[in-house]
Design a binder for this molecule. Structure first.
Ligand SMILES: Nc1ncnc2c1ncn2[C@@H]1O[C@H](COP(=O)(O)OP(=O)(O)O)[C@@H](O)[C@H]1O
Ligand SMILES: [Mg+2]
Length: 311
């Protein structure tokens, strides 16, 4: 059977693998760009034509009674932003996102993550979400602080729900500090959490891909800071993946429908407890420390999921 030039071009186009990596419009720093650049390299090595785009070309929108997208010709989108609007519209238009909109949404907000995990029987830290306050002039209720003191006892961890890199995590050592944090953050979603003394200054960061733990590192603060984030000067070292970590990270990934994530685990006297789950975890640091090529593993997982593997 003869095929026309037009048909053959269509067949050729059909075979071409095409993807987009969507990043936040204000992404600028080398640290932020490392992630998309490395993923692009690894996807291209698998024969997937990949473009990195900032999301300020308005890739998706609503109009009339429709969801609309400008990404009609891609096979999938690696979604490295946390914007819940674009992700929902893109999925509504049939674009496969890595990670999916729901997963990014659930991980972005630390209280939301805790609720989803605890409801699935996954150990989290005792956490109270602050009542929402809508007016700057409203006073913090002293009775509410009494409850927190009774339930958690000092020191108490105070966290902004939408923080990262350790920047929105604080320790209140006494009533005066607790009261000051409550006042400072009353207009922002935040939580009060039990301080896990056994894990002061140390935790474990695990990267999981496709529901399987790939690599882990132990992070240790080099100062008196209880936060172990590398970005705050914490030091990382390889950490073995044991059965408990594998099972826990598998369950977390499945519960939150995550293709890729970085999971922070705290050491408690009863085993690990989840500190937080990052849907867009940077992998540059852990790659350097462990020698594991996370970008390659993620690209291969995506290639397998979308195309069944191969080039
Ligand atoms: N409840 C806690 N008890 C002890 N240490 C904690 C607790 N919560 C957080 N930390 C420490 O603070 C760090 C940052 O907290 P995390 O919730 O992961 O916020 P971020 O998103 O900013 O990394 C953790 O990696 C851990 O070292
Ligand atoms: Mg963290």
């Amino acid at each position: 059977m003869r095929i026309s030039r037009r048909q053959s071009r269509r067949l050729f186009l059909k075979k071409m693998k095409k993807a987009i990596i969507l990043v936040n419009a204000y992404t600028q720093s080398d640290t932020e760009l490392h992630q998309p650049n490395r993923l692009k390299e690894e996807l291209q090595l698998l024969g997937i034509q990949t473009e990195i785009c900032r999301n300020d070309f308005f890739p998706a929108y609503v109009a009339g009674d429709c969801l609309a997208t400008r990404l009609e010709d891609v096979d999938f989108c690696v979604y490295l932003d946390k914007d819940p609007y674009y992700s929902q519209i893109l999925e509504g238009c049939g674009v496969r996102l890595f990670n999916c909109a729901r997963a990014v949404f659930d991980c972005d907000d630390k209280m939301q993550t805790n609720i989803r995990l605890a409801a699935a029987g996954i150990p989290v830290v005792k956490t109270f979400s602050s009542p929402l306050c809508y007016t700057q002039t409203s006073a913090v209720n002293e009775g509410a602080l009494d409850v927190l003191e009774r339930e958690l006892s000092y020191p108490i961890v105070v966290k902004e729900c939408f923080g990262s890199l350790g920047k929105g995590v604080y320790l209140a050592e006494n009533r005066e500090q607790l009261s000051a944090y409550a006042e400072k953050f009353k207009l922002k979603p935040h939580v009060y959490q039990q301080f896990i003394a056994e894990s002061a200054g140390v935790d474990v960061r695990v990267i999981a891909i496709g529901g399987e733990a790939l690599v882990a590192m132990k992070r240790s603060s080099k100062t008196s800071d209880f936060r172990s984030n590398i970005e705050l000067g914490g030091r990382g070292e390889s950490y073995p993946l044991d059965d408990e970590i594998r099972a826990l990270c598998g369950k977390i990934s499945r519960t939150l429908s995550l293709d890729y994530c970085g999971i922070d685990l705290l050491f408690t006297k009863d085993g690990y407890a989840v500190c937080e789950v990052n849907s867009n975890a940077f992998f540059g640091g852990i790659e350097k420390i462990t020698g594991v090529n996370v970008a390659k593993a993620y690209a291969e997982y995506i290639n397998q999921t979308i195309y069944g593997g191969g080039k």
